[in-house]
Design a protein around this ligand. Structure first.
Ligand SMILES: *Cc1c(COP(=O)(O)O)cnc(C)c1O
Length: 361
């Protein structure tokens, strides 16, 4: 790096390594919690293209995405006093929330391990991130969380519900305790809600510091990049000021509206994925030396014999199957792998390949 860049790029940015997305050829892709089924499916494709043909790409998008937001409000059954903000993926909304609270000395708090973007984006914004370790069984350590809240007074507490990468859904009572203790905002990130079947959306309005984050990504539309944040005006009207005016493009607005009109298709796929998850959880748990943690999401966290996570990951890649190796990313994730639920055929291939990796010799 030349000295001009070195002197001017913030030190904490220079210290970061860029978010790594592996580049691989043709593989069974079970690393990124995508829905394995293409969408729209064959029968809807022509209708979808007809909708897209009406889009005017020479004009800027509706900056407030009125039509799409109205449909999403209805879909979420939001009360009139709750606001809804859209983002270019929920990642953008995480960034907007963090930017909005990034006063000098501001902190955010996360249980860890959790979704890494909360901490990364805090670093981007010059906000300190306080991590409170989860318990051994990945439950929230409530006493430690409350002590950290009292000590640091975080502007935002991030709770991925279900949690990524552990897959579990913390008891509602535990989340209530945090909502009561928090002096700042509590974000319930429901990226995996379609696979959990539970939500905090119904509690919006009961708490003045609760907001709920959703995304279409894990449900089957990761390529569209659409996230949504629901919550009270006191918070959202301020956060909205930071949103770049045309953050959700015309193709995404039209496609997401179309998807909501055919939502039952996505729900059918989610149901298949949930059933496969439960089947896989039971069968992988039978493999010698493997713990398959219970999951309310579209992935399963696996604990494998000591020192075997990386060799198994590499062995599966040799077989054309890409998963996620979490070993080394956090002390609680030593010897851990994460697999995304694929199609039944992909899952069967994974099971066979994993079993082969575990054979002695
Ligand atoms: C995948 C994921 C997201 C990111 O979703 P996008 O809408 O694709 O940006 C947000 N939160 C959690 C917990 C996730 O796992």
């Amino acid at each position: 790096m030349n000295s001009a860049a070195r002197d001017r790029i913030r030190t904490e940015i220079q210290a970061l390594s860029a978010y790594h997305v592996p580049e691989v050829g043709e593989v069974v892709k079970l690393d990124a919690m995508e829905n394995p089924y293409p969408w729209p499916d064959e029968s809807l494709r022509a209708d979808w293209l007809k909708t897209l043909a009406t889009v005017t790409a020479n004009r800027y998008p509706d900056p407030r995405a009125q039509d799409l937001r109205a449909r999403l409000r209805a879909h979420l059954a939001l009360e009139d006093d709750q606001r809804l903000l859209l983002g270019n993926g929920s990642d953008e909304l995480i960034q907007l929330i963090t930017l909005a609270v990034a006063r000098p000395g501001a902190k955010i708090l996360v249980p860890e391990p959790t979704f890494v973007m909360y901490r990364m984006i805090a670093t981007f914004c010059g906000v300190e991130c306080i991590g409170v370790p989860l318990q051994r069984d990945f439950e929230l350590h409530l006493d430690a969380m409350e002590a950290a809240i009292a000590e640091h007074d975080p502007a935002v507490i991030w709770l991925a519900w279900p949690n990524n990468p552990t897959g579990n859904l913390w008891p509602r009572e535990a989340v209530h305790r945090i909502l009561r203790s928090a002096g700042g905002l509590v974000v319930i990130d429901e990226a995996y809600q379609p696979f959990a079947g539970d939500s905090f959306v119904g509690e919006l309005g009961r708490w003045d510091n609760l907001v709920v984050l959703r995304t279409l990504s894990k449900l089957g539309l990761a390529g569209l990049r659409l996230g949504a944040l629901a919550g009270p005006a006191d918070w959202l009207d301020q956060i909205d000021k930071l949103r770049l005016p045309y953050n959700v493009n015309v193709l995404t607005q039209a496609s997401a509206a179309f998807a909501l009109d055919h939502f039952e298709r996505l729900e059918e796929q989610a149901a298949i994925i949930r059933a496969e998850r439960d089947r896989l959880q039971a069968s992988l748990g039978q493999l010698a030396g493997i713990t398959a943690y219970p999951s309310a999401a579209n992935f399963i966290l696996l604990h494998v014999p000591r020192g075997r996570a990386r060799p198994i990951f590499d062995g599966l890649l040799d077989e054309g199957i890409l998963i996620k190796c979490l070993d080394g990313s956090h002390s609680r994730l030593a010897d851990c792998l994460r697999i995304t639920i694929g199609t039944p055929e992909e899952n069967a291939r994974l099971e066979q390949a994993l079993e082969a990796q575990l054979q002695p010799g």
